[in-house]
Every structure is written in C-alpha cells, then in structure tokens.
Design a protein around this ligand. Structure first.
Ligand code: NAD
Length: 320
C-alpha cells in the first residue's frame, strides 16, 4: 500500500516517512520546501520506495496531478497531512500565513483525497487548539476550545473540516494533538533558536520572556511511535488523542541552561520580561495522556530526558 505524506521534508514528516518505509510501505511525499529541505530528506531520497514532488498544496491542481502520477504505480490509500505553518509568531503577525499554510492545506488535501477516493487521514493537530487552561490537566474533551493564536485557530478549523469529511467520505481519521515535539532534523523551535542565537552572539543567550514558561516536551521518535500505535489500535471513526510526556514539563530556563551547558558553557543567560515568549504563546500547559495510556501506549522518556537528548542532537546537527 502507498501512503501520501504532506510536509514530508519537515521535521516530523521526515521521521514519519522513515518509520513507514521501515514497515515496508511505499511513501509518496509532497512539500513546497518553504521550511523543509532536500537535505532533511537525503536518506529518504535514496530509498526506492520513496517518491517526492515539490509543490504547494494550496495550488490544488498540482497536488491532484502529483497524486495521480504517484498512483500509477500503486494506489494511494492513506494520507498523513503534516504540512502547516510551524512559525506561530509569524501567524500572529500576519493571519494570512496560517489561513494559507495551516488551514487551506487541509482544505485542499481533503478535496484531492475526495476526488481520488483516499478515505484514511492522519492529521497533525496541536495543543494550541485548546488555548490557555493554566495548570488544569487538559483532556481531549475539555471545553470551550478557545485558541489564543491564529495557528491554534486554523488547526481547530482543520479538525472541524476533517470531522465533517468523516461524515461524507472519510472512513478513518486519526487526529493527533501534539505537545512540543523535539529532536532532529530540527527546522524550528526553542532549542534551535537558542543554538542559533549562541552562534550569532557568542558569550550571551537572550531569552524571550522570563524563562518560567513551562511545557511538556516529547521526543519525535516517541511521537512517531505513538502515532503509529494510535493508527493501528484506535477503533473510533474520529480518533482524537493527546500525545505527550507523562509529566508537567520543564521550564524555558531549564532548556536555556542545558543548551548553554552543551553548546557554549561559558555563555551567560539574559532573560526578558513576562511569562510569554510572544503573543499567542501559552505560558503553561499540562496535558492529560490518560486516553492514550488506556489504549496501551506510554512514553519512555520524561520531558527532562527528551530535552537533554534533543539538545545534544540539535547542537550536533548545527555543527555539520
Ligand atoms: N513540531 C512541533 O512541536 C509541533 C507541535 C504541534 C503540531 N505540529 C504539527 O506537526 C506538523 C509538522 O510540523 P513540523 O514540526 O515538522 O514543522 P515543519 O515546518 O518542519 O514541517 C512542515 C512542512 O510543511 C511544509 N509546508 C508548509 N506549507 C506548505 C504548503 N502550502 N505546501 C506544501 N508544503 C508546505 C513546509 O515546507 C515544511 O516542510 C505540522 O502540521 C505542525 O503544525 C508540530
């Protein structure tokens, strides 16, 4: 069977593609390479079961044509829709960014799936759909859902569009609500940001906010494992799952100190004001993964170990 991955050249896309190929599946990937890169896909591109087409999903004829071409060898039966804007502050500044890359990519992917009779969809949603619930443990059916970033709003709108499609033509939907995911190939995120800042301004790391923001972090290897688990085990037509670590997370201060320790031990850290890195940043969230645990999956790493592992990997990535 062949699987379509949108956003395949990005951080999560590369890791999902590797895992599906390792299961012996054929993977057809698309990406406009706005954030993802061919370098990220260097290993994938050597695999005969992997095909790639550079295109923008918001130009739906290009996506339809590519999928028709992919399907000539073997029909695509399932789509993993991962393409989105991953720069949350950019979407706060300009709402059009998330309308196009976070929502319209979902809309057009659904339209093309409908035309080609692809009825299974796995979707990368986000904790950002929940908004700010302070220290309340967030379960999947908490409400009201009041996102505080355009990114979160467009992910929630995407979930709604997928839910409607599940009533008309989709037979299976898996909606994964990710926490902060870390690892390599890193394309964005707080750790990559810190490493770049240390490269630019040797001796000093300037942190957005006062460092007290606290969130759960999951390593991408565990994320992929959890997604495949849900895909194989969940029986609901709209299978919606939080995926995250089983703890309350770590602070930005911890991440800053760990990054400095690994990348540049002599650097000093300067903190900003307030407990938000940017408008739309949720300063603290606590995720419940009880539903996922009941399905039989639990993470092996806590946020601390995941952060330490990812920092080592990202520092190494930026040195090559
Ligand atoms: N990494 C995280 O912490 C995290 C957290 C929550 C949700 N997510 C979601 O997981 C998915 C993957 O995120 P990621 O971290 O790999 O981000 P990423 O930026 O590395 O990957 C997204 C990919 O989508 C591509 N893309 C964007 N707009 C496109 C368009 N119009 N047409 C074609 N390709 C397009 C980009 O080039 C990029 O390669 C996204 O949907 C993201 O919203 C990620």
């Amino acid at each position: 069977m062949s699987i379509l991955i949108t956003g395949v050249a990005g951080f999560v896309g590369v890791n999902v593609a590797q895992a599906l190929l390792a299961k012996g599946l054929r993977v057809c990937g698309v990406d406009n390479l706005s954030r993802g890169t061919r370098k990220n896909m260097s290993k994938l591109l050597k695999n005969p079961n992997f095909e790639f087409k550079k295109l923008d999903i918001t130009k739906p004829n290009a996506l339809l044509k590519a999928c028709q071409q992919f399907s000539q060898q073997e029909a695509i039966t399932e789509c993993w829709h991962l393409a989105a804007n991953s720069d949350i502050p950019a979407g706060v500044t300009n709402a059009a960014v998330d309308l196009k890359d976070t929502f319209m990519t979902t809309y057009h992917t659904l339209e093309v799936m409908k035309q080609l009779g692809i009825t299974k969809l796995a979707f990368a949603s986000s904790s950002a759909i929940y908004g700010d619930h302070g220290s309340t443990a967030i379960v999947e059916d908490i409400g009201p859902l009041l996102p505080i970033s355009n990114y979160g709003a467009m992910k929630l709108a995407s979930e709604a569009a997928i839910s409607a499609a599940a009533e008309s033509f989709l037979t299976h939907t898996w909606i994964f609500r990710f926490p902060n995911v870390i690892g390599v190939p890193a394309t964005h995120g707080v750790m990559l940001d810190f490493v770049h800042k240390l490269q630019k301004t040797t001796g000093c790391l300037q942190v957005l906010g006062n460092g007290t923001q606290q969130k759960g972090y999951l390593h991408v290897e565990e994320l992929v494992d959890a997604m495949l688990w849900i895909r194989d085990k969940a029986s609901e037509k709209r299978a919606i799952y939080n995926i995250g670590p089983a703890d309350e997370g770590v602070t930005v201060k911890f991440i800053a100190e760990e990054t400095v320790r690994v990348a540049q031990p002599t650097a000093r850290i300067e903190y900003g004001q307030g407990n938000r890195g940017w408008v739309g940043d949720v300063p603290r969230f606590v995720y419940s993964i009880e539903k996922l645990k009941k399905l039989g999956w639990a993470p092996k790493l806590g946020s601390i170990q995941a952060v330490q592992k990812a920092i080592r990997q990202i520092v190494a990535q930026e040195q090559t």
